[in-house]
Design a protein around this ligand. Structure first.
Ligand SMILES: [Zn+2]
Length: 337
């Protein structure tokens, strides 16, 4: 990740103190959750003020705010079961790629949808898939990079043939969690076509977080931006009346006003699908590294956590006799580039 964070100060002075503070913050909270959530619609929102065990409430609040419980056949108990299961699969001892980072990326995606108004260009299923993908995009992350897993012949590298190792694992773990238990299958009340569509979107969005894909995705964006045709939205999501078995009183209407008489919500023209998927990929990519452009008190904290994780990998590399990766040498910290 590129960063402007200044780490040129000697490692054994302020940085160590900042790392300690940041690590403490994983479980720290001083304010009432209700008060903290009042600031949710701001880039200054301090997610470190929420206890880890309260983070599912932030997740629920975002899905409620986006109107997804009204628009979609979501069972609130299963939703909570799914979120809790995903939270349990994030590693509590990984400094950066933990459940708090997942919720931070979810929150950033929520702000891009609402404050930047990207929600007006997406239908409800696409918004749902994006937020779900943000929540799950690093699930079961071991705090090591793809290249480390590859060079050490980690079982994950073998399983995924060294191709988008972690991202493939995050996507696969997400789908497995959805399907593993009745109590976590939040897609159960969707039609089979809708389930397939959501799964496809989840995989595409999560795989887009692989920085190996960065230039390919940027080339797609550049090519699309040279086309003169306007952004083509997918058809609004609307459920058939026969599918309305969830007990929800409202269908097809998120906060972005998805109302339509369309009888098949997952049909769209190829170009609209391409536009929506490209936008979804851009949103998750921006959200995933958004902490570097947040107010400095937040970005500094995240940078300290990321460096702690990287230095741990650097220490492992040294122990294994491997070259220490760039930016990961705790004995020789340099300014990030
Ligand atoms: Zn991430």
């Amino acid at each position: 990740m590129d960063s402007e964070h200044d780490v040129r100060k000697p490692r054994h002075s302020t940085l160590i103190e900042e790392e300690k503070e940041a690590l403490k913050s994983i479980s720290a909270t001083s304010k009432d959750l209700h008060d903290v959530l009042k600031g949710i619609k701001s880039w200054s929102f301090d997610i470190f003020e929420i206890k880890r065990e309260d983070l599912p409430k932030l997740v629920e609040r975002i899905f409620v705010d986006m109107g997804l419980f009204e628009a979609l056949p979501l069972d609130a108990r299963k939703f909570f079961g799914f979120v809790t299961s995903i939270m349990g699969q994030y590693h509590i001892n990984v400094p950066y790629h933990n459940f708090r980072h997942a919720c931070d990326v979810l929150h950033a995606a929520y702000l891009i949808l609402t404050l930047v108004e990207a929600q007006n260009m997406l239908n409800t299923l696409e918004i749902f898939a994006l937020l779900l993908a943000a929540l799950c995009h690093d699930v079961d992350h071991p705090g090591l990079t793809n290249s480390f897993l590859s060079v050490t012949n980690d079982p994950l590298a073998i399983r995924y043939n060294d191709i988008s190792i972690l991202e493939s694992h995050h996507a696969s773990t997400t789908i497995k969690t959805l399907l593993a238990y009745e109590s976590t299958n939040i897609l159960e009340l969707f039609s089979e076509a809708e389930q397939r569509h959501i799964r496809k979107l989840l995989v595409e969005i999560i795989l887009a977080t692989d920085m190996e894909q960065h230039f390919k995705i940027m080339d797609m964006l550049k090519a699309r931006s040279t086309e003169s045709r306007p952004f083509e939205c997918s058809p609004p999501f609307a459920r058939k009346s026969s599918q309305n078995n969830s007990g929800s009183s409202s269908e097809g209407g998120s906060s972005s006003s998805q109302n339509s008489n369309s009888s098949n919500s997952v049909q769209s023209s190829p170009s609209s699908t391409r536009d929506a998927v490209l936008l979804l990929k851009m949103i998750i990519k921006c959200a995933d590294i958004s902490n570097v452009v947040k107010p400095f008190f937040l970005s500094k904290r995240w940078a300290a956590l990321l460096l702690t994780e990287w230095f741990r990998q650097g220490d492992s590399e040294r122990k294994l006799g491997l070259p220490v990766s760039k930016n990961m040498d705790s004995a020789n910290p340099v300014a990030l580039q």
